[in-house]
Design a protein around this ligand. Sequence first.
Ligand code: FAD
Ligand code: 2HG
Ligand code: ZN
Length: 467
Amino acid sequence: MDTAVSRLRTALDGPGLYLDSPADFAPYSTDWTRKFSGAPSLVARPRSTEQVAKLLAACDRHGLPVVPQCGNTGMVGGGVPRGGEVVINLSRMNRIESFDPIAGTVQVEAGVVLQTLNEAVAAEGFFMPVDLGARGSCQIGGMIATNAGGLRVLRYGHMRDQLRGLEVVLADGTVLSNLNKLKKNNTGLDLKHLFVGSEGILGIITRAVLQVVPKPPSLETALLALEERRTLPALLKNVRASFRGLSSLEFIVRDAIDLLREVDPGVREPFKEIYPVYVVVEEETGQGPVAREEFADRLDKLLSQGLVADAIVADSETRTRELWGYRERPTEAISRTGLTHKFDVTVPQGDIPRFCDEIEAMAKDYAGFRLFLYGHLGDGNVHVNMVQGRHLTKEAFYAAEKAIADRVYGEVAALGGSVSAEHGIGVMKRDYLGHSRSEAEIATMRRLKATLDPNGILNPGVMFAAK
Ligand code: FAD
Ligand code: 2HG
Ligand code: ZN
């Protein structure tokens, strides 16, 4: 065994703290997209902040690079080793420590799974405002480290907006703890925000205090069919004004529905006709038949204004899940189809139709690829997936990566957009950070990194190339 690793083990050991056999490393070594993978020198699974602090202090002393990891659902390659790092996985720090129903706050360890948290607070009449398709696997630490967004950003914001307090361990083992519950606390620099979206390069998040919101009496959901994507911006404007409890507005370009039906023949064609684009709308409403009728009335208006060609209102839990499936399931279906070059970009909402047109035109230049477009209409966040078709070799798939990325990010730049809306930079987009951040900003990020992690042990190569 590597001597630095054996020194780490001498500095700190404990039952079940380390996974010993490389045969056990697989779930910690490859990311969700299967595009990023590397062998760790060791996987450590601490149970407490104290253990994280001791681990980091020892890694810092012995110059061992570290990859912080929670649920390993990240999509930009930042949460898996590049080769030889110690993975510190927080999954065993999974306690929900306290809940305050008056303040509407919950204190958790970093390894709590989003769905587990949601179920726990639901039992108290609350819910976690941030929700995403990876809910059954992603964990709070990773969600804070990526500033996860998801399906309800337009109403509640990202993880940053839910965060009241944070505990982080710095590279040298210093525990920076401020498990603040207060809504108002303007006392000097609010350091927690440094770590939101920091993707594991500044410290390891161990605990957090989050605000949760009272569960609405009812949620109404509908799937809308549009005759043309040109009307998406007008639909957004109209829905924002007329659906006062709007909590989600998501779009799906038709090809993604075809893929769902191809991968799972059990997926029903949603409408009698086939449409080029679909929208899921969700609104928080009052309870009972009147609320549903009012929701349906608002949809009728969209139909009579010609903004929508057809609509299905969910009338049961099962139907709600089915309608949401048209938007949530393409990610998994794509992963079953082939490798994918994933892009998670923002453009001004009004430019979504033009952006999709340009990307479709671009995709025609790449034979053997399949293109799927969907995303968060309310946030201008488009997910572009250029997927390996059946006859495209792995070599050809990877050979086109840079050219495709340059074209996509070129279109994003032309529209004043961002190269990462919600998934982060990781290793995948570090060459493109300069498209969305100025030189001065990147230099300041590097100075912060050098101050908090002078030996550069935390996630080297993530966000920017290691020096
Ligand atoms: P990981 O993948 O383990 O880590 C992500 C990053 O955070 C890595 O850089 C890692 O080093 C760092 N990190 C992890 N834990 C810590 C810690 N404790 N301290 C410091 N750094 C840490 N994202 C969205 O924003 N919106 C979506 O709608 C969305 N939908 C998704 C749907 C699916 C099916 C999947 C698979 C992913 C989706 N994602 C989405 C991606 C998203 O980034 C993650 O799901 C989630 O935020 C990451 O959490 P995780 O626990 O899996 O983190
Ligand atoms: C989503 O919004 C996720 O569904 C995943 O952010 C995006 O599949 C993707 O590319
Ligand atoms: Zn998304």
